[in-house]
Write a protein that binds this ligand. Structure first.
Ligand code: PMP
Ligand code: GLN
Length: 380
């Protein structure tokens, strides 16, 4: 049987491809973004307890209320904003699902969505599967900043939304207050929505504050803000996250969610309703991960790779032009097979495969994993 593909240009995501290649060649996997150290045992205990206590049936469609209340308290504490846990927070099976649901809830065929490349690879297929049009603007290599004049020039009467992502995957750049101010000026007096991907909200380094959209009521009132517990609690395999949006937008979001997942795994929600109150667990994450970034950067100085800067996320990008003039996919593939280190070619984050000969390394790893990887990279 053949069908007319809804996403003819889409193949298998680079994360699945590179992780499979890493497993096949027993490579150290610095490709797909996930920690290789254990999550907090106390959180595992709470999940186990929830299951033993018979919390094993469907959670309410928008999520376990005590968890939503605890999230609202956290938002108040971190960003000084009051969010209604009943009408404005929905628990989702991961951040990626939250992004998909938000876009699907609002996009009509022909709508335009502005996004910045390199971009997390789900954004464009999520737009296109809804018949909408991705308007791709470049983050300018090498510091990967947003050119706000280019954003102004890209706005048309069909612009439905702008997607931002800070801290940014794959480059590790973070938006500043000035960026937020530019965004504010651009959307003021328009009906443009914002989708803010903040899954790395706590993975931010060098004492830089996270510029959550939730800090700014005039922006929050037009935004879907997406988060991931996987990133906060070192459990990416849990695929649990949430979306925050004003009630009018959340009403549409739930129309999509209720006929897709409907609700999420109950025991983790019950466990997190308790565990999220432990502020130290999330407040300490940036310093913990910064230490890994610094450790990796220092080790990499002995190699012929040239790292760019990263101020957040799990990731740092690097150039390999002293080693090879191959394209980044060919180079990353060869590096996995021959050197035994898997990475992600940054061209995978461009719809047209733009190749600046840059690869992405994930440093959310045990120190010994990073040491083993760099030992192997020394020979390149
Ligand atoms: N956005 C970005 C930029 C990411 O890197 C990730 C990590 N996979 C996500 C969203 C979503 O995370 P998840 O679906 O695993 O919660
Ligand atoms: N966010 C992770 C990354 O960028 C993993 C995404 C995925 O596997 N879909 O590596």
């Amino acid at each position: 049987m053949t069908v007319a593909s809804k996403l003819p240009a889409v193949g298998t995501t680079i994360f699945a491809t590179m992780s499979a290649l890493a497993a096949q060649h027993k490579a150290v996997n610095l490709g797909q973004g996930f920690p290789d150290f254990p999550m907090d045992a106390a959180l595992i205990e709470l999940v186990t307890k929830a299951m033993r206590d018979n919390h094993n049936q469907y959670a309410p469609m928008p999520g376990w209320m005590p968890l939503r209340e605890a999230i609202a308290e956290k938002i108040q504490f971190l960003y000084g904003t009051t969010v209604d846990p009943d009408a404005s927070i929905t628990i989702t099976p991961g951040g990626t699902y939250a992004i998909y649901s938000a876009l699907t809830a609002v996009l009509h065929p022909g709508d335009e969505v502005i996004l910045f490349e390199p971009a997390y690879d789900s954004y464009i297929p999520n737009i296109e599967v809804n018949g909408a049009v991705a308007v791709r603007l470049p983050l300018v290599y090498r510091d990967y900043r947003i050119d706000w004049e280019a954003v102004r020039a890209a706005i048309t009467p069909r612009t439905k939304a702008i997607i931002i992502n800070s801290p940014h995957n794959p480059t590790g750049t973070v938006l500043s207050f000035t960026d937020i101010d530019e965004l504010r000026k651009i959307v003021a007096n328009t009906s443009i929505l914002i989708l803010s991907d903040e899954v790395y909200e706590h993975l931010i380094f060098d004492d830089i504050p996270h510029q959550s959209i939730l800090r700014y009521p005039d922006l929050a009132e037009r935004s879907f803000v997406c988060f991931s517990f996987g990133k906060v609690y070192n459990c990416t395999g849990w695929k649990l996250g949430y979306c925050v949006a004003p009630s009018s937008l959340m009403k549409e979001f739930r129309k999509i969610h209720q006929f897709n997942a409907f609700s999420c795994f109950t025991p983790t929600q019950i466990a997190l309703a308790e565990f999220i109150k432990n502020k130290e667990a999330y407040l300490s994450l940036g310093v913990f991960m910064q230490e890994r970034r610094d450790f990796f950067v220092q080790l990499m100085q002995s190699t012929r790779f040239e790292l760019l800067s990263s101020h957040g996320s799990y990731f740092i990008c690097g150039r390999y032009n002293q080693i090879s003039d191959e394209g980044d996919l060919a180079f990353a593939t060869r590096l996995t097979k021959e050197a035994g280190v898997a990475t992600i070619p940054v061209s995978a984050f461009y719809a047209d495969g733009k190749d600046d000969h840059v690869i992405r390394f994930c440093f959310a790893k045990k120190k010994e994993t990073l040491e083993l990887a760099v030992e192997r990279l020394l020979h390149c």
